[in-house]
Ligand binder design. Structure first.
Ligand code: C5P
Length: 220
């Protein structure tokens, strides 16, 4: 049978990745972090000394984009060619370059196809796929579609808690800038028709995971 697809979208710092991973672990589902694929491509672009704003050069490198994203929530890893880039794709230089790459239509259509085939082929009863356009473009017919939001204040506070004071201020500004750029390409700030909003502003991590699982349970 085709695995059940749980689509989760939301802005940066909404806790999407960690919540999705925890939900997948609890349900015995696979997990696909689509942002990691855009980040992996951005890493490859930077590694090759390509200007992220040179769309033609970015499109050319797509042909050589050999990447692997683990779909087992317990063994999450991202690889490009022979390099394990799991940590490198979180570096600020990658975060700063990724939006320019993600707005190239050829990049999006290429990755959307890959995400669909990864999701369809997972060897588990279901898969949680998270990103910005999963509920609207990658899997608009998914049985479960969730928009995970939190107030900007809450998102910044969570991101800052992971960092030192001055780094926190920079990260907050970066996050805001990235959301602005990304939301011009796909709308992940408003729930599309039929998408359930889970607002985690007043919830802690465990409560957010429970709220998402409750939405999934209510769907079958
Ligand atoms: O989720 P994360 O913040 O790691 O995503 C990194 C970047 O990848 C986003 O800022 C956005 O530019 C891009 N992205 C996207 N569509 C997705 C997931 C991520 O454009 N479905």
């Amino acid at each position: 049978p085709t695995p059940v697809l749980v689509a989760i979208d939301g802005p940066a710092g909404s806790g999407k990745s960690s919540v999705s991973k925890a939900v997948a672990s609890r349900l015995g589902y696979g997990f696909l972090d689509t942002g990691a694929a855009y980040r992996a491509l951005a890493w490859l672009v930077l590694e090759n000394g390509i200007d992220q704003n040179d769309a033609d050069a970015v499109i050319r490198i797509l042909a050589d984009f050999d990447y692997e994203i683990g779909t087992d929530p317990a063994e999450y890893h991202v690889r490009v060619g022979a390099n394990d880039v799991t940590d490198a794709i979180r570096e600020p230089r990658v975060s700063a370059a990724v939006s320019a790459i993600a707005r190239v239509p050829e990049v999006r259509s290429h990755l959307v196809e890959l995400f669909r085939s990864i999701a369809a082929g997972v060897d588990k009863p279901g898969i949680v796929v998270e990103g910005r356009d999963i509920t609207t473009v990658v899997a608009p017919d998914a049985p479960v579609r969730i928009l995970l939001t939190a107030s900007e204040e809450a998102r910044m506070a969570r991101r800052s808690a992971e960092l030192q004071d001055d780094a926190a201020a920079t990260a907050g500004a970066e996050l805001k800038k990235r959301d602005q750029a990304d939301s011009r390409v796909v709308d992940f700030l408003n729930a599309a028709e039929g998408v359930t909003t889970v607002d985690s502003t007043e919830l802690n991590f465990a409560e957010t995971v429970d709220a998402v699982i409750a939405v999934i349970a209510a769907t079958d």
